[in-house]
Design a protein around this ligand. Structure first.
Ligand code: IPE
Ligand code: IPE
Ligand code: MG
Length: 247
């Protein structure tokens, strides 16, 4: 029996891994989506917000506990001022428009990243959305805005030496916002690039990686379902041996 047949057998006998608890997404490809249609980049970002709404609904349905979305990196300030300004307005509008639906769906929203460089109206919208959804016991939605994985690690280490990885992870959560820094199970990047671009570096130490060529505005619940079922077919070893090799 060859290897792939025996793997299929074990899948058919129901030996599938559970669904990922924490899914993180690098939502890339808005600009290229727009360019392919002869539209301004901001039109891609607007359509990207629609894809966010779909992904949040789908994640809750799939039983994912935490969904972390990379919306704006610390390095994205390098973009032309009008694109940056447009994105910041879009985030504010998204938060205001979506909060009632998030509350209804019992989603708890947190925003990760630096706040001090955000315009005051966006900062207020972030606080209002976090306050309104604080009681949500369903999906924990974390949106990373002005976030840098390396700066988050630096910020956590500035709080003094940590005695353990778990202790450091708690600090990291405090330093970067968005609550405790739980490990990422499944990391998805759309847009066809194969890199982390300074996202959740510590938290992704053993994340399963999925790179999808679909541009973010075209990302549908089916893409998320495919990534989740692919995840459930993988064997995570965390440095140990595979079940087959160990037996
Ligand atoms: C991701 O899409 C959104 C942000 C980084 C804000 P991009 O804007 O990076 O889209 P591409 O990669 O240029 O297509
Ligand atoms: C990563 O995408 C950041 C977000 C999706 C918010 P970028 O488009 O900024 O990444 P690079 O520049 O291609 O690495
Ligand atoms: Mg990009």
């Amino acid at each position: 029996m060859n290897r792939s047949t025996s793997e299929n057998d074990s899948l058919e006998s129901g030996a599938r891994a559970p669904a990922p608890r924490h899914v993180a997404i690098i939502m890339d490809g808005n600009g290229r989506w727009a360019r392919a249609r002869g539209l301004p980049r901001l039109a891609g970002h607007r359509e990207g917000a629609v894809a966010v709404r779909r992904a949040v609904e789908a994640a809750a349905r799939l039983g994912i506990r935490t969904l972390t979305l990379f919306a704006f990196s610390g390095d994205n300030w390098k973009r032309p001022p009008d694109e940056v300004a447009g994105l910041l307005v879009l985030f504010r509008r998204y938060l205001a428009a979506e909060t009632p639906a998030l509350v209804r769906r019992r989603v708890r929203l947190s925003v990760m990243g630096r706040r001090d460089r955000l315009p005051a109206p966006l900062r207020r919208a972030v606080s209002a959305a976090e306050r309104a959804t604080a009681g949500g016991r369903g999906l924990h939605l974390r949106i990373a805005i002005d976030y840098s994985g390396r700066d988050a690690i630096l910020g956590a280490s500035r709080r003094g030496p940590a005695r353990s990885r778990a202790g450091f992870a708690r600090r990291l959560g405090l330093a970067s916002g968005g609550g405790a820094a739980s490990d990422v199970d499944l990391l998805i990047r759309t847009g066809g690039e194969h890199r982390l671009s300074d996202f959740l570096l510590w938290e992704s130490a053993y994340a399963e990686l999925t790179f999808a060529s679909v541009m973010w505005p075209d990302f549908t619940p089916e893409h998320l379902e495919t990534a989740v079922s692919d995840f459930r077919r993988r064997e995570r070893r965390f440095g140990g041996l595979s079940k087959r090799a160990a037996s």
